[in-house]
Write a protein that binds this ligand. Structure first.
Ligand code: SAM
Length: 326
């Protein structure tokens, strides 16, 4: 079997698969004006999703994260989970969601084969949550997290983008929240994308500053396993929850890159901040195309670069993360 491996000996057992660009939230750093429908776009069908997943699994992928846009806006989201989960070789199916549909649906998702959930919660203050996301749905999202535990998920990961002047004063509240809850709280550094103007300069908070505060307060960094991906994870004996720091601007961030992305339009993206996507769609139309699809993936991977060059002020062609499944 040819494994997905690049010229820098990084192996890619993890696929982030976007299933829609549509999102109902208007996060200030992502889609501040909301999603603008484009009638010409058609997102991957269930069959196309099946063909992609099979090809990746045949090349060693064992984990798939279903993302977007907001993946749960797909009416067939539960079928998508089932399709991915039933693909031979796939051992872990995860999703990243804004959580608005979790309270009512998460038990079905689990029955369909979902193993892990990341929910985005940018503030524990309902008004600030509304201000950042454009949606007054804080209580629904929190009820969704409770429902995930009730449905049997042992841990829920929460993504929080810390922003100066907005939610960066909430570190204490976030810590209190995870004291007795099995939540891995992941602070993601704000990343500069193509459509951002001065928002980045105004709100970017360095993850390193949070790391210092955590270490001072007795948090300890977990040793990273070789295939762990780029989050630095911290634990504390007094807390049930953990903290993850995702610092894309840190040196060596890309050395632990273990993921490839396919957009909802069927393009392979070698990097969140890459310049172009490799179109796969013509090879997703029937099972007989799998060998050709795998060949295209192998050839494309030879081009993966060592790093994203974000630290040089380069944000690639990605207008916002909803467009290729952040
Ligand atoms: N709709 C889903 C959600 O809200 O989680 C999945 C897609 S969303 C693009 C995935 C994650 O990317 C969210 O946690 C969001 O906060 C994060 N994100 C989006 N734009 C970002 C940016 N410019 N910098 C850092 N994180 C960003």
């Amino acid at each position: 079997m040819f494994e997905l491996q690049d010229a820098f000996a990084r192996k890619f057992h993890y696929l982030r698969l976007s299933v829609t660009d549509v999102c109902n939230f208007r996060c200030q750093y992502c889609l501040p004006d909301g999603y603008r429908p484009d009638g010409r776009k058609s997102f991957l069908s269930l069959d196309e999703i099946r063909h992609i997943t099979r090809a990746f699994a045949a090349m060693g992928t064992n984990k798939v994260r279903i993302t977007g846009g907001e993946p749960s806006m797909r009416r067939d989201f539960t079928d998508i989970i089932e399709t991915v989960a039933s693909t031979p070789g796939i051992r872990k199916v995860a999703t990243t969601t804004n959580g608005y549909r979790m309270a009512e649906r998460v038990a079905d998702w689990r029955s369909a084969g979902l193993d892990a959930i990341n929910v985005s919660v940018d503030s524990l203050d309902p008004r600030m949550f509304h201000q950042i996301t454009g949606q007054n749905r804080f209580h629904e999202v929190m009820a969704g997290i409770d429902a995930a535990f009730t449905a049997g998920f042992e841990q829920v990961k929460v993504n929080t983008v810390l922003m100066r002047g907005l939610n960066d004063g909430e570190l204490g509240q976030f810590l209190a929240w995870i004291k007795s809850n099995p939540i891995q709280l992941r602070f993601i550094e704000l990343m500069q994308t193509g459509e951002m103007d001065e928002l980045f300069e105004r709100h970017h908070v360095r993850g390193a500053a949070i790391k210092e505060k955590l270490l001072e307060a007795g948090w300890q960094q977990k040793v990273r396993a070789h295939n762990d991906g780029p989050a630095e994870v911290f634990w504390h004996a007094d807390y049930v929850g953990e903290i993850g720091l995702i610092m894309p601007y840190a040196r060596d961030f890309c050395a632990s890159c273990n993921r490839l992305r396919v957009s909802a339009l069927g393009k392979l993206h070698l990097c969140l901040f890459g310049e172009y996507g490799v179109d796969l769609r013509d090879l997703l139309q029937n099972e007989g195309q799998q060998a050709a699809l795998q060949r295209r993936l192998r050839e494309a991977l030879a081009d993966k670069k060592a790093t994203h060059f974000l630290h040089e002020g380069h944000s690639g062609m990605t207008p916002h993360l909803a467009s290729i499944g952040g």
